[in-house]
Design a protein around this ligand. Structure first.
Ligand SMILES: Cc1cc2nc3c(=O)[nH]c(=O)nc-3n(C[C@H](O)[C@H](O)[C@H](O)COP(=O)(O)OP(=O)(O)OC[C@H]3O[C@@H](n4cnc5c(N)ncnc54)[C@H](O)[C@@H]3O)c2cc1C
Length: 406
């Protein structure tokens, strides 16, 4: 037999999964409802993603080497990457997603421009699943209703995942993020050439940070907040616009976008022979709100496990075999999620803790540790003396601002 696998959604998670499956010779169907989808996103990716996913230079709009952290009282701390070959990649999602999707298709995945809306789940362990979808490549605006039988499914259809609902994967709390793409006059854009800004404060985000990220010919200006505070999102956006106002003079809004961001993994990420990856699974980190790399990695890791346990696509895997992907994922990234969750709880609590956070970012050891963890996704423990220094400075920053007061 040749295993038939449907991957639903062709963001970074889905296309990375489809590429791995197709390379292994598995019969792969990649569903995408909108081939020109421009996912609302800051588009910041770590350096390691460029090499690990073999991204060509044209995918990266800008190489950011300077990061400005701006505290509630507008204290600015500059963090510069000194190594020439290190940078944070800034990309437009329509470009990145298009590239990854086309590559998966070239490698043999069958790309279907369709919206998946229903799943028939088989009673026994070897019968196929039936995917019901509306094909947009035929039948004009209405599309044509079709179905397909497959042996396994990877749900990579983002935060509002239909596949998660169909398998009753359970809900997660989510944040809502809002972003405006603003085209700036040349002189202002030059300021953001290789610079990104992160603002913290109750006025710009009650739970996270707000950002100005440079893209090809514009900046992305946005903020996020937890679901419970979502009524205030426009006010928070006005807050970041006000704080960055001087630098955005003469700017023209070219796009306004918003989207949910999962806050933690879903209760069930593998059910039967259906596995969730990326935002559908809930793999965005706290504190940084980073999800692109984790989406692509989880898609790849899930597909690699599927190839392995199906012995190269020659047998139908079981639920417990597919769950090996979860064990591997949690082992590799569980600690990263925990640490970033803790950082968010400690530092985004109040304006006093945010002041302490920005103060701490002025320290070179903290900068190196933070950048190494972000750029390379390795938690490299600092030597014990540096670690003690960082801990003392963290506590010092918190105490000075009376940030530990209840
Ligand atoms: C405003 C904002 C800013 C962000 N900034 C950053 C950032 O700077 N860096 C970072 O790393 N992360 C950022 N994130 C998070 C990041 O965008 C996500 O974590 C990432 O997009 C997840 O990728 P994914 O492939 O899992 O899902 P998605 O990118 O959401 O892709 C899902 C795909 O599935 C398709 N689809 C959905 N339903 C169906 C269906 N029923 N049938 C067929 N196709 C379907 C969609 O069209 C889409 O193409 C941000 C998020 C937001 C909202």
């Amino acid at each position: 037999m040749t295993l038939r696998v449907a991957v639903v959604g062709s963001g970074p998670a889905g296309s990375s999964a489809a590429e791995t499956l197709a390379k292994a010779g598995i019969e792969t169907y990649l569903f995408e409802r909108k081939l020109d989808n421009a996912k609302p996103c800051g588009g910041a990716i770590p350096l390691c993603m460029v090499s690990e996913f073999d991204l060509p230079p044209q995918i990266i709009d800008r190489q950011v080497r300077k990061m400005k952290m701006i505290s509630p009282s507008n204290r600015e701390v500059d963090i510069n990457l000194v190594n020439e070959d290190e940078y944070i990649g800034m990309c437009r999602r329509e470009v990145l997603d298009g590239f990854l999707r086309d590559r998966a298709a070239k490698l043999g995945a069958n790309l279907i421009n369709a919206t998946v809306h229903k799943l028939d789940i088989p009673q026994n362990n070897t019968d196929p699943y039936t995917i019901h979808y509306v094909d947009h490549s035929e039948g004009g605006a209405q599309g044509i209703a079709k179905s397909l039988k497959v042996d396994a499914i990877i749900g990579a259809d983002g935060a509002n995942s239909r596949i998660a609902k169909e398998i009753d994967a359970g809900d997660y709390n989510y944040a809502i993020a809002f972003q405006e793409r603003i085209r700036l006059p040349e002189a202002q854009m030059a300021y953001y050439n290789d610079l990104a800004e992160m603002y913290v404060g109750n006025d710009v985000s009650t739970d996270f940070y707000a950002w100005v990220f440079p893209k090809y010919d514009h900046v992305a200006v946005g903020t996020g907040t937890m679901q419970v505070n979502k009524a205030s999102i426009k006010q928070l956006q006005a807050g970041i616009r006000a704080r960055a106002a001087r630098k955005l003079v003469g700017g023209q809004i070219i796009k306004v976008e918003a989207h949910p961001i999962p806050e933690h993994p879903r209760p069930r990420r593998v059910v039967g022979r259906v596995a969730l990856v990326g935002d559908a699974a809930g793999y965005v980190t706290k504190s940084s709100g980073e999800g692109i790399y984790f989406a692509a990695k989880s898609g790849r890791m899930c597909a690699e496990t599927l190839v392995e346990v199906s012995q190269g696509g020659t047998r139908i895997p079981t639920e417990s075999e597919l769950k090996v992907y979860l064990k591997r994922w949690d082992r590799k990234y569980g600690m990263t999620y925990k640490v970033l969750d803790l950082l968010q709880t400690v530092f985004y609590r109040s304006d006093a803790t945010r002041e302490a956070f920005v103060e701490m970012c002025a320290d070179r050891d903290v900068q190196r540790l933070t950048f190494d963890s972000y750029l390379y996704k390795t938690v490299v423990p600092a030597n014990p003396i540096t670690q003690m220094k960082i801990t003392a400075k963290t506590l010092g920053s918190l105490l000075r601002g009376n940030a530990l007061a209840p």
